[in-house]
Design a protein around this ligand. Structure first.
Ligand code: 0RA
Length: 641
């Protein structure tokens, strides 16, 4: 490793003066590399929306995590600055600064050559197949500005770049006996649709990373709002499962599995709770595999096989159980290291290596069987539960068939629904509106030909916790199900939907975001095909109304407001605290009129994130949860124009 470095004596040839000289040594090749990245950013970071933007940050953080995995880094700090830039600082080995055979310092090669990082071969477990591990040069190419400080070999080094090109040489700023890397980058607004880094997305991911990399300290500071949080979990994924199940009645102590085979490392923790919901999180080389894959299938198969084997051996008249009987109330976290992972799927987060299924299945099978044999009391309780689940499921199926037949006959619409006159689902829109007063304004504002309004009361039930039966007793949920008219859960039939646009319209504040997150969780768990078909949207009401010289401007974000005020000078600014503060005309103009409004289409990933947010944070106090829950799909696309 690193044998191509000449000895560190060469460092003395570096200039130590602080004059920023135009750096002319950039070769044609370097320009080629980074031009290619700037020309086709999507090839390297997936897209230039919210996801791609955050990819820049993850690329750097991944490098710091690699230092932790190599045993060098104990602490990582991420700072979001007011000017839109972000800093990642770690106490790892520091990016090599020694001279490279090309005549440039290694760090400059890493920062300007595609895939140069890979040549250092630091990674034991690659993150290939996905969009991860594209290299620091990609971050550099897509940043308006990037500065790097390295503490290494007794010195502090510094270099600055812009859009991938050096604007200073590598300089020595001083001496130190510490080691580490600090990178500040400002995403390029010429490249990205939006450059606003999102606290909610970043804190959730950093928290995940802290859980799956036990003992690693991660600090997140948001200077834009003056907020700082620290994550450090010495119990790793065991701590995560405890947090996920904190408010549930658990049935057994968490079962911890650790094993490896064919260079695949498997760490799993699972627990059953008195709940109807299943919650399995799975990470492969630190990547959250939201789309699941062979590892998750292997886990479930191994678990089911072990339970059936135990039942067959130890119980009289035991009838084999299926995955469906076992998954109710199952919480699990899988944390895997795989040498050559292959990812597929819409977000490149589905693991497809078939050998991984075999490995996870056999490790799970033998560990669970052993645990069951050692814990006969708990095993008996669990198996009784599974058998009950099986019976209840069969009974529910018969009941559903009855209800279905009945439903087809009556299927009454909820009383609160103000339906539209059109009968054509293609053009029909259903607005699900928070609060009676906003609902009233929306009813007056709408175009009744094709827009229907369903007002719902503030606190809808948390389906994550409640389960099917309790949920179906909730009036708000019942109203939504019957308005949409296509059933629910396994009986959901997308062909029967009465509206092909279902629009969630909530206040632009924390409570509104909370309700929106609850609704997203509901759709994700019980009407997923609606999201998959692209029928679910979030309305985007303005945050401010600005008036100047009798002209009115509606403003949808803080940054837009700052820009506008800069342009207008002093103007009258009215902040909308809720939808209820708008009169029907304003509501129509800003939020409902297809000509002007902004609608955000909800993706499966958004909904999955909302769902995950609930499960990870379930255990925490209400206040911190409230602070945490912000909009889940701000990626602004004006879909109507
Ligand atoms: C290349 C090689 C080595 C470390 C790094 C890059 C490195 C990159 C980043 C990015 C953020 N923090 C980082 N820390 C390290 C290996 C260094 C060695 O062998 O001494």
């Amino acid at each position: 490793m690193m044998s191509f470095f000449v000895n560190t004596g060469n460092m003395e040839t570096l200039k130590t003066d602080s004059i920023e000289s135009e750096y002319s040594a950039a070769s044609i090749e370097v320009l080629d590399d980074l031009d290619a990245v700037r020309k086709r950013p999507g090839m390297y970071i997936g897209n230039v929306g919210i996801r791609g933007l955050h990819h820049l940050l993850w690329e750097i953080v991944d490098n710091s995590i690699d230092e932790y995995l190599a045993g060098y880094c104990k602490s990582i700090k991420v700072v979001l600055h007011k000017d839109g830039s972000a800093t990642v600082e770690d106490d790892g080995r520091g990016i090599p600064t020694e001279m490279h055979p090309s005549g440039k310092p290694a760090i400059e090669v890493v920062m300007t050559k595609l895939h140069a990082g890979g040549k250092f071969n630091r990674k034991v477990y690659k993150v290939s197949g996905g969009l991860h591990g594209v290299g620091l040069s990609v971050v550099n190419a897509l940043s308006e500005e990037l500065e790097v400080w390295v503490k290494r070999g007794g010195k502090i080094f510094y270099q600055k770049y812009s859009r991938g090109k050096p604007v200073t040489e590598l300089k020595i700023l001083g001496e130190t006996n510490e080691r580490g890397t600090k990178i500040r980058f400002k995403p390029d607004s010429e490249i990205f649709e939006t450059v606003e880094l999102r606290y909610d997305i970043i804190s959730l991911r950093l928290k995940e990373l802290a859980y799956i990399n036990k003992g690693l300290r991660i600090v997140l500071e948001d200077e834009r709002v003056g907020k700082i949080e620290e994550y450090k979990f010495d119990d790793g994924i065991l701590g995560l499962i405890n947090a996920m199940n904190k408010n549930k009645t658990v049935i057994n102590e968490p079962i911890y599995i650790l094993g490896s085979k064919n260079d695949v490392e498997v760490e799993i923790v699972l627990q059953f709770a008195d709940s109807e919901v299943e919650n399995v999180l799975a990470f492969v080389n630190s990547i959250n595999t939201v789309e699941g894959g062979t590892h998750v299938v292997g886990f479930k198969t191994g678990l089911t096989r072990a339970i059936n084997e135990y039942g067959r051996k130890n119980l009289k008249k035991f009838e084999p159980l299926t995955g469906l009987d076992i998954k109710e109330g199952l919480t699990a976290v899988l944390n895997l290291k795989v040498p050559e992972p292959q990812f597929e799927g819409q977000t490149k987060s589905k693991l497809t290596n078939s050998d991984v299924k075999t490995v996870v299945e056999s490790i799970t099978y033998s560990s669970i069987l052993e645990w069951l044999e050692r814990h006969p009391k708990e095993s008996e309780v669990l198996i009784e539960r599974f058998i009950m689940n099986k019976k209840a499921r069969e009974a529910a199926k018969r009941a559903r068939e009855l209800v279905k037949r009945k439903n087809e006959l009556i299927s009454t619409l909820p009383g609160k629904l103000a339906d539209c006159s059109s009968k054509n689902p293609e053009e029909k829109e259903l607005f699900i509106v928070e609060g009676e007063s906003a609902g009233g304004s929306a009813k007056q504002a709408r175009d009744r030909r094709f827009q229907a309004i369903l007002p719902i009361r503030g606190k809808i039930i948390n389906v994550e916790k409640a389960g099917m039966i309790k949920m179906l007793k909730n009036d708000e949920i019942k109203a939504i199900i019957s308005a949409i008219g296509a059933g629910i859960g396994k009986d959901f039939d997308i062909k029967r939907v009465r509206y092909k646009k279902i629009i969630l319209m909530t206040d632009a504040d924390i409570d509104g975001a909370h309700i929106r997150t609850l609704l997203l969780t509901f759709f994700y768990r019980y009407m997923r095909p609606i999201i998959e078909a692209g029928y679910l949207y979030i309305a985007q009401p303005p945050l401010y109304r600005v008036t100047k010289n009798k002209k009115t401007y509606y403003v949808y974000s803080e940054s837009e407001l700052a820009n506008l005020l800069e342009k207008l000078g002093d103007a009258e600014v009215q902040r909308y605290k809720g939808l209820g503060e708008m009169n029907p005309e304003q509501l129509w103009e800003t939020t409902m009129n297809p000509q002007n409004r902004m609608l955000i289409q909800v993706t499966i990933e958004d909904a999955k994130k909302a769902d995950e947010l609930f499960s990870i944070l379930m255990g925490e106090d209400v206040e911190s949860r409230r602070n945490f829950i912000i909009a889940y799909s701000k990626e602004v696309k004006n879909l109507d124009v």
